[in-house]
Design a protein around this ligand. Structure first.
Ligand SMILES: Cc1cc2nc3c(=O)[nH]c(=O)nc-3n(C[C@H](O)[C@H](O)[C@H](O)COP(=O)(O)OP(=O)(O)OC[C@H]3O[C@@H](n4cnc5c(N)ncnc54)[C@H](O)[C@@H]3O)c2cc1C
Length: 395
């Protein structure tokens, strides 16, 4: 019986494991190995920070999803992979595999900028459940003693959407509380222009973000890198100093250390169009862990986003390729990656679509409307409903 090991219990890892079970039935052993026993619906973390969601509203227990499908689960982080011996090593066991799927997401490299981040620095973060819970507490404190807020992305970020969302949501909340006049709000970014998003924009996204941020009097600072953060002040490489009472800055992304030796200098893993490792043919990588070259290098480094939408599609493709190989049937034809993203803006929402992901494109659009906010809420409920039941066959 073939034995497939999946690293990571989130969008990519769980979708891949469930899809493999659906496609291959019970004649296959599937094991998920993950450092986290909870699935977190990360697109809702900004809402959690703003107080609109509780952790229990947006999390599921990974064993409850996998056990009914007879998928094994080791709640342990992988420490290293031996691709020649086809084994994954954790602190307590070695796990052999015939196929390996890596979906370990990003390593959040706060340590690359002194003073950045919630653990050893002075800024809040929205990139894990614990960080978001603490960010929510710090955000509530601002109402007692309002002052400057800086939200945005450091150099090397490849996920800009949540920072934009939070800037709009914070603006809306401060206005609801009638204290916006006491809170200078700055959106700081490594993107070369507003709305670049690491993919050279989505249609008219530059104009869209310039206008909608200006309408809300959110000051913007683009194409800058951060030198260091000290309590109450962000220092940029060009000498600018930004005072803050509350700051939330996305960190540089890298590949996680356990899989980084299989990847490029930043630890992201090179794959072909079927998400197969370019050298190790029985290793597949999906989601944030994948290396995607940017359309053009930006003056301050930025990365191409790998959204949840993209990650789920990558997971299904990798599962279909492995399934066809095991069943000895023709592989699925490689599909061009496209992306759809809905971004909350506090009292409306932005809808962005790019097909394909990188320019030149057939279609790309950025537009806003209240209906997209309702769509985002519906998507959250639908995705959690599907995941809770271990359903991978639906869109
Ligand atoms: C705040 C926020 C908002 C977002 N909003 C959207 C949105 O609106 N729409 C959208 O499409 N996408 C959104 N995204 C992006 C989306 O969440 C990611 O694309 C998706 O989570 C990527 O899935 P992944 O499986 O690649 O990695 P992750 O979700 O990062 O999961 C990685 C998994 O690997 C595990 N892991 C890490 N290291 C190891 C190890 N050594 N061994 C074993 N397991 C390990 C982790 O514990 C985790 O379970 C958002 C992301 C964030 C942070």
């Amino acid at each position: 019986m073939k034995n497939i090991v999946v690293l990571g219990g989130s969008f990519g890892g769980l979708t891949a494991a469930l899809e493999l079970r659906r496609l291959l039935g019970r004649n296959i052993e599937i094991t998920v190995v993950s450092g986290d026993g909870l699935f977190v619906f990360m697109p809702s973390l900004p809402w959690l920070i703003m107080g609109h969601r509780r952790p229990q509203d947006i999390t599921l227990k990974v064993p409850d999803i996998l056990a009914p499908k007879k998928i094994g689960f080791f709640h342990e982080a992988a420490e290293r992979i031996d691709p020649e011996a086809c084994k994954v090593f954790t602190a307590t066991r070695e796990i052999p595999y015939d196929y390996l799927i890596i979906s370990t997401g990003p390593h959040l490299a706060y340590d690359e900028i002194p003073g950045l981040g919630p653990d050893r620095g002075y800024t809040a973060s929205t990139f894990t459940l614990d960080h978001a819970v603490n960010a929510g507490l710090a955000w509530q404190k601002l109402f007692e003693d309002p002052g400057p807020v800086v939200v945005g992305s450091a150099q090397g970020v490849s996920c800009f959407g949540p920072s934009y969302e939070l800037a709009y949501e914070m603006d809306a909340e401060l206005r609801r509380r009638k204290i916006r006049n006491r809170v200078p709000l700055v959106y700081l970014t490594s993107e070369p222009y507003l709305g670049h998003m690491g993919v050279d924009g989505f249609g008219n996204s530059r104009r869209f973000f310039e206008d909608t941020l200006a309408e809300r009097e959110i000051k913007t600072i683009v194409s800058r890198a951060i030198e260091e953060v000290v309590p109450g002040e962000i220092r940029l490489k060009d000498g600018t100093k930004l005072p803050y009472k509350f700051a939330m800055i996305a960190p540089p992304f890298k590949g996680v250390p356990a899989v980084a030796p299989l990847g490029n200098p930043r630890g992201f893993i090179p794959v072909d169009k079927q998400y197969r490792h370019t050298k190790h043919k029985n290793i597949f990588t999906i989601g944030v862990a994948v290396a995607i070259a940017p359309p053009d290098p930006t003056p301050v480094p930025t990365g191409v986003p790998k959204t949840g939408f993209m990650t789920v599609r990558m997971a299904k493709t990798a599962a279909a390729v492995i399934s066809s190989e095991i069943k000895n049937t023709p592989p699925p034809s490689p599909a061009e990656m496209n992306v759809v993203c809905i971004m909350d803006m506090g009292n409306t929402a932005a809808f962005m679509k790019a097909d394909p992901l990188l320019p030149p494109r057939q279609k790309s659009v950025t537009k806003d409307g209240y209906q997209y906010r309702l769509l985002k809420i519906a998507f959250e409920k639908y995705f959690l409903w599907k995941m809770k039941r271990g359903i991978s066959g639906l869109p």
